[in-house]
Write a protein that binds this ligand. Structure first.
Ligand SMILES: [Zn+2]
Length: 411
């Protein structure tokens, strides 16, 4: 199945599918190019012989594999991946490159991009392996086309090995994951599974069952403009208020100063004039109480800013983005128990790390479908130095097959 994985990864990454954060708020999928891959996958799933293949008008693609005889009572399990790529690095005109028998030296790509073990020591674990990169001018898009390749190769494995029994399986490919709006309008009524996994993680062995609590905040500042010659004691500068508010956010609790289980305040956008200014920020925390403390802090900073700028007004509006999926996933312990057992049986060391971000799985978990995340094997996502070793894709495939056979025996 190794050749199949590689062939699929190369074929899918060659279809460029960057999504667009701004357009995603009004259009689904946000970019036309995502349809190219969705339609190609739809045809591939039909040709393969999957059941009830359906592509919705919003770009959600479903396909199913009916259970083997005797496994009809096993729970239906969904496997999900996204078709879009991030807009943080150039994503159009992707030309995947396959480096056979990697020798452990720096890989010189185009556009001056160098993939070197000095910067990325994980490369040395994969000496002798086949490494896939971009041309160096764009990202690769193994995030998450490796996930799609792994899921469909797993489907193909079960179709061609009737002796390998499985319960009902469902495959779901979604648009716009990278925009954070990927699950808006997800047709939950079409989903036949009550349990899912996303295949969208990084390093070999990664199991992700926990993510941030995430809130967004819009802070608006209203000042008062007066001719600067007569401004003393009268002018209230909204731009200065916004700057003063931003400085109150603890620098030690910024994304650039935190890792592991520490949350943060993330200033994303600031703009303004004397009369009005606006600050967009994101709040991240692994604990619910921690998030409440951050939300309360914004109100306190707003009051402090008003006190420092008499006559000025500060308004804080907050909005939930996604919730930590930990609790939802804990409600079905077999999701992680089976996955960890499969990893161990396939000789892969489980790396259980909290995600410093969210996934479509966190949104799906909120909708009542607990959905942890499984590794794809890729590295350096969202960058020109994105790379993936073929052996990690292969181990992911073995883990998926093992996992499905465990669920086939459950009821
Ligand atoms: Zn992804």
């Amino acid at each position: 199945m190794k050749e199949k994985l590689l062939e699929r990864l190369v074929r899918y990454t060659a279809v460029s599918t960057p999504s667009d954060r701004v357009l995603a708020e009004t259009r689904k999928p946000s970019t036309e190019c995502q349809w190219d891959l969705l339609r190609q996958l739809e045809k591939e799933m039909r040709d393969m012989g999957l059941a009830r293949v359906e592509l919705t008008g919003d770009g959600f693609l479903f396909g199913r594999l009916d259970p083997s005889p005797g496994c009809e009572r096993a729970p239906s399990v969904g496997f999900m991946a996204h078709v879009d790529t991030a807009s943080d690095a150039p994503g159009l005109g992707v030309v995947p490159r396959v480096h056979d028998n990697y020798d452990g030296n720096p890989i010189k790509l185009g556009g001056g991009t160098v993939l070197s073990p000095e910067d990325f020591p994980a490369l040395l674990k994969y000496r002798g392996d086949t490494i896939v990169t971009s041309s160096g001018d764009t990202l690769l898009g193994a995030d998450d086309k490796a996930g799609i390749a792994e899921i469909l190769t797993m489907a193909e494995y079960f179709l061609s090995h009737p002796e390998a029994t499985h319960g009902p399986l469902e495959f779901i490919f979604t648009p716009d994951e990278e925009t954070g709006c990927g699950m808006d309008g997800f047709p939950l009524d079409k989903l036949e599974s009550k349990l899912c996994y996303t295949v969208d993680g990084g390093d070999e062995g990664e199991v992700e069952e926990e993510c941030y609590y995430a809130w967004g905040a819009e802070v608006s500042f209203t000042g008062r403009a007066i001719h600067p010659g007569k401004a003393r004691g009268k002018l209230v500068n909204a731009a200065s208020m916004a700057a003063s508010f931003a400085v109150m956010l603890p620098r030690s609790e910024s994304p650039e100063a935190t890792d592991g289980r520490f949350g943060n305040f993330w200033v994303h956008h600031i703009e303004g004039t004397i009369e009005s200014a606006r600050l967009t920020l994101f709040l991240r925390d692994f604990d619910r109480e921690g998030m409440d403390r951050r939300l309360a802090a914004l109100e306190a900073f707003a009051a402090a800013t008003e006190a420092a700028f008499p006559g000025g007004r500060v308004q804080v509006e907050t909005k939930k983005q996604y919730l930590n999926m930990k609790e939802g996933i804990a409600a079905e312990p077999r999701l992680i128990d089976f996955l960890v057992a499969s990893l161990e049986e396939e000789g892969v060391v489980p790396l259980r790390t909290p995600i410093r971000g969210g996934t479509d799985g966190s949104r799906l978990t909120e909708m009542g479908i607990p959905t942890p995340n499984i590794y794809t094997g890729g590295h350096n996502f969202h960058s020109r130095t994105e790379w993936i070793p073929l052996s990690a894709m292969e181990s992911c495939l073995r883990v998926l097959v093992n996992l499905v056979s465990r669920w086939a025996r459950a009821n």
